[in-house]
Design a protein around this ligand. Structure first.
Ligand SMILES: Nc1ncnc2c1ncn2[C@@H]1O[C@H](COP(=O)(O)OP(=O)(O)OP(=O)(O)O)[C@@H](O)[C@H]1O
Ligand SMILES: [Mg+2]
Length: 273
């Protein structure tokens, strides 16, 4: 039911992939999508809510992910606060955002557990036909929180530079420690250089030789593209040249989701109907 794109390295493409996949699944496959933005920087919130986003992320407007987590921490059911917090994107009527909040970071210093989000999303009881995605921040606590909440698998965007090897390996460790599956690595910003091909091969080898990761693929990568840098795609028709890449990512994400037969459909509220 719930998929996350997580990486402890900043700027690797979590928000871009989450956003493009939301558009692919809603515009091409006609499914409804919910994005849970737990990154205090609010990349997805800003992307999909535009000018509304700033006040919300600053905690000065409608409820946010922080209010949801606070409700869970106070041992109350979070279902109605989740419904109140969801905002429909003005650019895409099938995409709903559970907005980010700069205050989530403070939960770490309060000694809260990464499980808060899991309990909150259980309370929410989203309909099983919705694709729910989490955009994590980069702090180990928030990455862990988003991984802990995922029903099955986590996808890790991968920029191929040498500096990214360690944070990527650390993220994979967190996934395994939470007993989740690595859904796959998604190379981002790739060109046609030989070193990139070698780097992807070496990641494939590394996964294959690790028993718990042997079934985790390196998916078709997202090429370097100037269109992506300025988020110009968000309110446009889905970019044609990315169709095969997202067809592939969506297949991996949705095939796992469809195995979730036990998810209760308790949603009756109009926003997620
Ligand atoms: N394939 C690509 N080609 C060129 N630029 C890209 C590509 N993918 C992402 N970018 C750009 O790289 C930057 C970082 O991407 P993005 O914001 O998606 O990463 P992130 O992992 O969400 O970062 P953060 O950790 O800050 O939330 C953005 O400016 C984005 O537009
Ligand atoms: Mg981001």
């Amino acid at each position: 039911m719930i998929t996350t794109f997580a990486s402890m390295k900043g700027g690797t493409g979590k928000t871009t992939i989450t956003g493009l996949l939301a558009n692919y699944v809603s515009k091409v496959l006609n499914k409804r999508v919910i994005i849970i933005d737990i990154d205090p920087q609010g990349g997805c919130t800003t992307l999909f809510l535009g000018s509304e986003a700033r006040e919300i992320i600053d905690g000065k407007s409608t409820p946010t992910i922080f209010n949801v987590l606070e409700t869970v921490r106070d041992n109350q059911n979070a279902r109605s606060i989740v419904q109140k917090a969801l905002v429909k994107s003005p650019y895409n009527e099938n995409v709903f955002i559970l907005p980010a909040d700069y205050r989530v970071t403070s939960l770490m210093s309060m000694g809260e557990t990464p499980e808060l989000l899991k309990y909150g999303l259980n309370d929410a009881g989203f309909a099983p036909d919705l694709l729910v995605m989490i955009d994590s921040g980069t702090s180990p606590f928030l990455v862990n929180m988003s991984i802990a909440a995922v029903t099955n698998q986590v996808f890790v965007p991968l920029m191929l530079s040498v500096q990214n090897r360690k944070p990527t390996a650390d993220t994979i460790q967190l996934i395994l420690r939470q007993r989740k599956q690595l859904g796959g690595l998604i190379p981002v910003g790739i060109g046609s250089a030989k070193w990139e091909e070698n780097s992807m091969e070496s990641w494939k080898e590394r996964l294959k030789s690790t028993p718990l990761l042997a079934n985790s693929p390196v998916l078709k990568g997202l090429p370097y593209s100037k269109t992506l840098i300025h988020s110009e795609w968000v309110n446009q028709p889905f970019p044609e040249r990315f169709l095969p890449i997202f067809e592939n990512i969506a297949r991996h994400v949705l095939s796992e989701n469809s195995q979730e037969k036990n998810v209760e459909d308790t949603t009756s509220d109009e926003k997620t109907q």
